[in-house]
Every structure is written in structure tokens, then in C-alpha cells.
Design a protein around this ligand. Structure first.
Ligand code: PLP
Length: 405
């Protein structure tokens, strides 16, 4: 059923040469490549459907509006949201977190309150909360991790208390691949009276996410990491929470009536979509969702796990290979160092061989500090990767080691 060669043929860029070698793309956690039907949908939008949304009575405006709103429905079904209105089109995960930190946080956080993140977080899921804490004289608490890169759940339970107002953690770590126990975190946080934001930037492309089953208050992800376009992402929020929040930005589309004396705000989701949105991005994102659905997340997950195990076992054969992130529940990321070698040097040699990996902090500086390292080399796996590409990575890493020691 799952035919990786067929899938590869859907992605034009995978046929490229880099430095005279076949491209081996293992930087999927940073951004994924796009299948032809996503690229075609973007061309089609600008060739046949382009118009502003929600504003015109003419044919094209109606068409663009219908496509835009249908896309919201498709993506709502993808994560099993209760209503499409609970989905806000944003630029990406970063904007989603900023929206909630600003809009929900400014109204609901008071002096002495606590906001909890974890050591595993991306800077996007640290800094907006830190700024909020500074503004409100609140306290940022951090859930520690163990040496395998798993959240210390006992420490989490001890940190939770009646002052905890927001808990914001990622579903899957971009640096280590740890799959966090999101449902348990949500349940425990709710019992303590806190609302929970789940950063799903690294999850919706790897595992089936059901926001209602999780009972997440907020859930966010980025289109470009799930085979869709850049510049578009989703903030999911429970209706009653979103309803209670003030607009994050103001201007056109988010208003009901405007006068110089008083302005009233539009209903959900438009209240949070001020100005002309990324119409093409929003429409094309549903094409990426249809593509993922056509392959099946179960199949994707199985394939990626097989590769993860294969690649990790192979790389472990190399003397001096040190793996970071050894969680029992792990997805799609092999983060490593070669003893005595800077990650940047390994990455540069791999690039000469046409192999794209990410090197450095991966926007998780506190996490790297926790391990006392200057960063890692990160190979992150997507549905179109193969065992033979992992063999190339293995050979490349061996060569880097030979050249650098
Ligand atoms: N959170 C995680 C876990 C991520 O991996 C990333 C991106 O790498 C982000 C947040 C930020 O996503 P974006 O840059 O698309 O807003």
C-alpha cells in the first residue's frame, strides 16, 4: 500500500542534484518539501481563483471565499475540531503562540501567576510567555527532562499548583523527537485549573491528532512543516475560550461595525483574522491535508518509525556517535554529535555530498544548554525518505569523521 518511490515522484524537488549529487533531504523538521499537487493548487489559485475574500459580491470573490472557508472545514476535520470556527488562520505556530500569549494572556494573567513551559521547547514557545510574565509580573516555570530527553512527569506534577494558569508544551520535540504525553499533561493541568496550549508544529505531519480527544484548549501548527505553503498555519482554540478573548490585531474583516465612537467586533473566526489574510496559503493548505490523508497518517507514521529505527541503529555503529534524544516514545528525529567534532563541520561535509541536515541549536538554546553542548546535527525524517538515503547519511557521517579527526 505504502509506495515510497511513488510518493517521491510526487515531489519535484527530490529529483534535484546538489553539488553534483542526488539531493538527500533530511531537514524536514525545519520545513518539508511540497508535492506537485500543492504546487499546482497554488498556481491554479493565482491563475483561476484569485480575489479578496469576504468582501465582494462578484463571481471571483465568492469563489475565493468559498474555497477559503472550505479549506478551514477540511483542516478542522483533519484535527477533529468541533467547529471550523475554532480554527484561526495565522502565519504559523509562532504567530499562534503570540496571539494566545497576547490576547488570552494579557486578560487572564495577573501578578504572581505561573506559566509553565518545558526544557524541550522551541524559542517560539518560550519567548512570548516570558514577555507576558515580564509584563504581568508572573513567573515562568520550567518542566525539567531526564537524560533521554523525556519530560520529568513527577517534577511536572510537583510544579503544578493553583497559581499555574497556563501550561504550554510541544507535542513532539523538534530537536530530539520526543513524543510528549499530551493527553496526560492536559488532564493534570485541567485538574489544577490551568489552560493548556499544545505546540503541534512537529506533530500533525507525523501522527493523527484529535484535539477533542486530547481536550486541548489551544493547539497550533505550521503549514510549511506539513507539505503545505509557508506563511500559513493554524491556531485551534476551544470556542468558549476564543469567544472570551479580545482581538489580537485590529483593522478590516475583524469588525462588525465601526464608528468613531465605538467599534464592535466580528464573530469567530474573523475576530482574529484582521486584514487580508494569506488566502492562497489557506486554500492550498487544505490540498496538503488531502495529500496527507491520501497517503494515511498511520502509513506515514509506520514508515517513518521504521526509518528512525534503521537509521539510528546504523549510525550507532560509528565510533564516537552520540545520540541525543532516546525517548521511549519518539518520532522522526535523529539528533547527534560526533565526539570532538563541531556539528557545523559535520553538516558542511554532508552538504558537499548533497545531504541536507540541520546543525546548531534548532531554536532550542536552553535544551542544548541542559546537555552542555553547542548544538547537534539533526537528521529529520519525512514520508518520502528512504533506507538508501539513510545509508548515504551513514556513509557521509563516516566520511566526515575520517576527514575531521
Ligand atoms: N515549535 C516547534 C516545535 C517548531 O519545531 C517550530 C519550528 O521549527 C516552531 C514552533 C515555530 O514554527 P514556525 O517557524 O513555523 O512559526
Amino acid at each position: 500500500m505504502f509506495d515510497v518511490e511513488k510518493i517521491r515522484n510526487d515531489f519535484p524537488i527530490l529529483a534535484s542534484k546538489v553539488n553534483g549529487k542526488n539531493l538527500v533531504y533530511f531537514d524536514n523538521a525545519a520545513t518539508t518539501q511540497k508535492p506537485r499537487r500543492v504546487i499546482d493548487a497554488l498556481v491554479k489559485y493565482y491563475s483561476e481563483q484569485n480575489s479578496n475574500v469576504h468582501r465582494g459580491v462578484h463571481f471571483l470573490s465568492d469563489k475565493a471565499t468559498t474555497l477559503y472557508e472550505n479549506s478551514r472545514k477540511t483542516i478542522a476535520e483533519f484535527i477533529n475540531a468541533g467547529k471550523p470556527e475554532e480554527l484561526i488562520f495565522v502565519r504559523g505556530t509562532t504567530e499562534a503562540i503570540n496571539l494566545v500569549a497576547y490576547s488570552y494572556g494579557m486578560e487572564n494573567i495577573n501578578s504572581g501567576d505561573e506559566i509553565m513551559v518545558s526544557t524541550l521547547e522551541h524559542h517560539s514557545n518560550i519567548v512570548p510567555w516570558q514577555i507576558l510574565c515580564q509584563k504581568k509580573n508572573a513567573v515562568l516555570k520550567v518542566i525539567p527532562i531526564n537524560d533521554d530527553g523525556e519530560l520529568d512527569m513527577d517534577a511536572f506534577k510537583k510544579l503544578l499548583n493553583s497559581k499555574t494558569k497556563i501550561v504550554s508544551v510541544n507535542h513532539i520535540s523538534n530537536s530530539l523527537g520526543t513524543v510528549n504525553p499530551a493527553a496526560e499533561i492536559i488532564k493534570l493541568s485541567h485538574d489544577a485549573g490551568a489552560v493548556v496550549f499544545i505546540d503541534g508544529a512537529q506533530s500533525v505531519q507525523h501522527l493523527k491528532v484529535d484535539v477533542r480527544e486530547l481536550d486541548a484548549d489551544f493547539y497550533a501548527f505550521s503549514g510549511h512543516k506539513m507539505y503545505g505553503p509557508t506563511g500559513i498555519g493554524i491556531l485551534y482554540g476551544k470556542e468558549k475560550l476564543l469567544d472570551s478573548m479580545r482581538p489580537y490585531q485590529s483593522g478590516g474583516d475583524m469588525i462588525k461595525n465601526v464608528s468613531f465612537e465605538l467599534t464592535t467586533y466580528n464573530e469567530l473566526p474573523y475576530k482574529f483574522e484582521a486584514g487580508t489574510p494569506d488566502i492562497s496559503g489557506a486554500i492550498v493548505l487544505s490540498e496538503a491535508v488531502r495529500y496527507i490523508n491520501s497517503i494515511g497518517l498511520d502509513n506515514i507514521s509506520r514508515h517513518e518509525h521504521e526509518l528512525l529505527e534503521y537509521g539510528t541503529a546504523k549510525l550507532r555503529e560509528i565510533e564516537g556517535f552520540r545520540l541525543y534524544g532516546n525517548a521511549k516514545n519518539k518520532a522522526s528525529v535523529i539528533s547527534f554529535l560526533l565526539e570532538g567534532i563541531h556539528p557545523y563541520d559535520t553538516g558542511t561535509i554532508l552538504d558537499k555530498m548533497g545531504i541536507a541536515v540541520r546543525t546548531g541549536l534548532h531554536c532550542t538554546e536552553p535544551l542544548m544548554k541542559r546537555f552542555g553542548i553547542p548544538g547537534t546535527v539533526r537528521a529529520s525524517i519525512a514520508m518520502y525518505n528512504t533506507k538508501s538515503e539513510l545509508d548515504s547519511l551513514f556513509e557521509g557521517v563516516k566520511k566526515a569523521k575520517r576527514m575531521l579527526t
